[in-house]
Design a protein. Sequence first.
Length: 308
Amino acid sequence: MASFYIGVDVGGMTIKMGIFSDTGELLEKWNIPTRTEEEGKNILPDIVESIEQKRAAYGGNILGIGMGIPGPMTEDGVVLKCANFGWGVFNVKNALADLTGVGNVKVGNDANVAALGEMWKGGGRGYDSIVMVTLGTGCGGGIIYKGKVLTGSKGAGGEIGHIKVERDETETCGCGNKGCLEQYASAVGIVRMAKKSMREDSCLSRMADFTAKDVFDSAKAGDAFCLEIVERFGRYLGTALSDVAHVVDPEAFVIGGGVSAAGQILLDVVQKYFSENAMYALKETKFHLAELGNDAGIYGAVRMVLFK
């Protein structure tokens, strides 16, 4: 193979990497550990070493490297601090280009990059303007408008998890504010809601511990309390997404992350409250489940450099 692209998705525990052909076909993927000690000084060198091993093995020319980072990123590749790694403010794009000698390098926020991947090869195929919602430990988002990532002026575009949805909340979100969407529409948030209002008639009350999956599974089985928690979750998320739609007007929402494994019950309740709160012109906005799973980030990273 003469030429190829590299996609990199930097996570808190592992760095996912992939080699793609010059037509965008995934040829190989692998992981390396994320070494966050000493303020993350080893992260970029480890990535470069892994890339160089693959370059030697494939014996080809690297046409571009795309990378997703879990932190606010400017359009020119500057990370505005990444607390999970101990990184401060510096130009990741230029650093990676200098270390590899590859001129075509692009770096973006990991949620935005995953959204780009889903638009290209996943649940958002056929659209060029989508909002991806990632429901995992937290609640993240990525906005793609006419094929381009909407980063915002400070790299914080798409941070839908910190839309305020509850004025009377007393507990503090990880961002420092109170009443954020993430406190209700995330794996942690769903469990938190259930624990705060637990009823003895629910099967959850007999579990030593439970997860968001348990809540959805029990709701599917007809547990009345869990059905109420799912309704609350759907009301918070569906209403918040209607607010997003009134600003962005996407063709579709793509919902991913671990919580999205709940499937149709999740889509149904979110669409219900979205439709109740969206203006007429937006009511038919489509909803899809993400399809690429953990590979969305590497696909999106390559999409950034494959189509300039």
